[in-house]
Write a protein that binds this ligand. Structure first.
Ligand SMILES: Cc1ncc(COP(=O)(O)O)c(C=O)c1O
Length: 390
């Protein structure tokens, strides 16, 4: 018999009653060190006092009004994001998928308004994950996500990951945009060298195509910069953000230049909940903390500390682990055993880690994880790997 909750997830049996920082407590009282952070969502850990305060204070004022009115909390967050990034303007969504939808619409509308309505193709890369809507699965293109859900939305073409020569061949006057994650998350913590990202930007400029970066998972300080593309010294035309920006409250955003957004005039897009006062009050508190250069310097220091410990973990367990991947606190362990076995052994050892494609487990802890918790995480991961050594 089907469960009351639609069974689209293979869920682990634990349920959690509360959390604090990088720790979650399960119904049976057992404490787990959370290295998944709700898949890169709880960027400031669980129950961060500034976020609890922002949410409860806003909850006592007004929860929802509709985007037919001005929303000062939304304006404040948009101004903060514009100030901190390449962007001139922001649209708020409830999720990364909705951000992907708007990014695609915005790029196509731009060309429509430029008098080139045939310019609709979006070039994407294999291993990508942009969400589960019809546009997002067509963009990613993998059989796992698209099988049985046809007919697929047309106008997307996937290229081998990071293949600049293939992009050079594919890009042209039919290309509306190139869309990619600077550091693939679901695809297995697969990074793109800074040179490759610069080459992609240059190819977009030559062809006149827009560059859409999906920073839903790798953005908001995860790699040690506010946004991952900053490492390469380039800027996109359109960027998708979600996950960490809400710190656990559903919030996403599309950031864009004035030029890229020029087709999105009144009536062309909307959302009932997107950018509501509760979400934006929390998002503003999150962004204020993460955009601080001192905070980001700490993410880099902690990321290096964690990665160093993981390298020695790999060296100690050569039959279980193969390599460390990633940047900042967006780290991955390429496994020799099935990654699902390591995730399960992690549960036994009291540490929450998350699988990804390419037989990788992801380590995406709260960005403000304590050094002592990193040490404890390494101890528990060692315990999990030892259990699989045999
Ligand atoms: C890079 C990327 N883009 C888009 C999404 C979709 O975001 P959401 O699940 O919030 O719709 C995800 C979610 O994992 C993601 O990692």
């Amino acid at each position: 018999m089907i469960s009351p909750v639609l069974p689209t997830y293979n869920r682990a049996p634990m349920a959690f009653t509360h959390g604090k920082g990088a720790w979650l407590t399960a119904e049976d009282g057992r404490r787990y060190l959370d290295l998944g952070a709700g898949i890169a969502v709880n960027a400031l850990g669980h129950a961060h006092p500034a976020l609890v305060e922002a949410l409860t204070e806003q909850a006592g004022k007004v929860w929802h009004v509709s985007n037919v009115y001005r929303i000062p909390e939304q304006e404040a967050l948009a101004e903060r994001l514009v100030e901190a990034t390449f962007a001139d303007t922001v649209f708020f969504t409830n999720s990364g998928t909705e951000a992907a939808e708007l990014a695609v619409k915005m790029a196509r509308k731009y060309w429509y308004e430029q008098g080139q309505p045939e310019r609709v193709e979006i070039l994407t890369f294999e291993g990508a994950f942009h969400g589960r809507s019809s546009a997002a699965i067509a963009a990613a293109g993998s059989e796992k996500m698209t099988k049985g859900f046809g007919p697929l939305l047309p106008g997307f073409r996937q290229l081998p990951w990071g293949d600049i020569a293939a992009l050079k061949d594919a890009i042209g006057p039919q290309t509306a945009a190139v869309m990619l994650e600077p550091l693939q998350g679901e695809g297995g913590i697969r990074s793109l060298p800074d040179d490759a990202l610069r080459a992609i930007r240059a190819l977009c400029d030559e062809a006149g195509a827009l560059l859409i970066l999906d920073e839903v998972q790798c953005g908001m300080g995860r790699t040690g910069r506010l946004f991952a593309h900053e490492w390469a010294g380039i800027a996109p035309d359109i960027m998708m953000v979600a996950k960490g920006i809400g710190g656990g409250f559903p919030l996403g955003a599309v950031l864009a230049t004035e030029k890229a957004a020029s087709g999105m005039t009144a009536g062309t897009h909307g959302s009932t909940y997107g950018g509501n006062p509760l979400a934006c009050a929390v998002g503003d508190a999150v962004t204020r903390i993460i955009a601080d250069p001192g905070f980001l310097a700490e993410v880099n220091r902690k990321g290096a500390l964690f990665a160093q410990g993981l390298e020695s973990l790999v060296a100690r367990h050569p039959t279980v682990l193969e390599a460390v991947r990633g940047q900042g606190l967006m780290l991955g362990l390429k496994c020799k055993v099935a990654n699902t076995d390591l995730v399960k052994a992690g549960y036994e050892a009291g540490v929450l880690i998350v699988g990804a494609a390419d037989n990788v487990v992801r380590l995406l802890p709260a960005l403000n994880i304590e050094d002592a918790d990193i040490a404890e995480a390494l101890r528990r991961l060692d315990q999990a790997a030892t259990a699989l050594d045999a």
